[in-house]
Design a protein. Structure first.
Length: 206
């Protein structure tokens, strides 16, 4: 097995979380390199494109979160082998990147400008994506996003929903997901209760 080092912010969630969770689920040893927001300007200088997460594989640094998710997902047994199922997995992950980019575009705004931008996002794109993702879940039977088993797509959705529910995002109601897409709220709860995920977050609280 290669030596892995995942580089991402020191908080639970965000673009680095699906790969972290996948490695814990797959019992893949890795260095979980975390840094504070204040340290990001220095970390940024060491990355290929000035962004995180990045993954070091035997010392070679790889960028792009979803590429990392797919790679780790394959090693952990959380990425579909069937081409059509893989396409559905990629569709979900790509859609979440789209809406996350819209949200990231509000970072740096303050006061009324931030409030207006976040409220417009919540009422518009975020609600649109929540409804669409909920429809995709229903099409797959309502439990997982790819067939009848956990995949990296589920971990990506879980991390995103947890972020929306966290209260960290000013002017994004923590009840938005429950109101707009209750099936996604239920999905998030099921994933959180999986033994390896529950134990991982329990260990983070110690």
């Amino acid at each position: 097995m290669p030596q892995f080092k995942l580089v991402y912010f020191d908080f639970n969630g965000g673009r680095g979380e699906p790969a972290r969770l996948a490695m814990h689920i797959g019992d893949i040893k890795f260095e979980d390199f975390r840094f504070t927001f204040d340290q990001f300007p220095e970390v940024k200088k060491t990355t290929p494109l000035g962004q995180v997460p990045t993954l070091f594989i035997d010392g070679k640094q790889i960028t792009q979160g979803n590429a990392i998710n797919r790679y780790i997902g394959k090693i952990a047994g959380l990425y579909p082998k069937d081409p059509m199922q893989a396409l559905l997995c990629d569709e979900i992950m790509g859609a979440l990147e789209d809406v996350t980019n819209k949200l990231v575009g509000t970072f740096g705004l303050e006061g009324d400008a931030l409030k207006q931008a976040r409220e417009e996002l919540a009422a518009g794109p975020i609600t649109q994506y929540l409804e669409w993702i909920a429809d995709r879940l229903a099409e797959q039977g309502g439990e997982y996003f790819v067939g009848d088993t956990l995949s990296i797509a589920d971990l990506k959705v879980f991390s995103w929903i947890e972020g929306l529910n966290s209260g960290w995002l000013d002017h994004i109601s923590t009840s938005l997901v429950k109101e707009v897409a209750p099936t996604l709220q239920a999905h998030c709860g099921r994933v959180a209760q999986l033994p390896k995920i529950a134990s991982y977050y329990a260990s983070r609280q110690v």
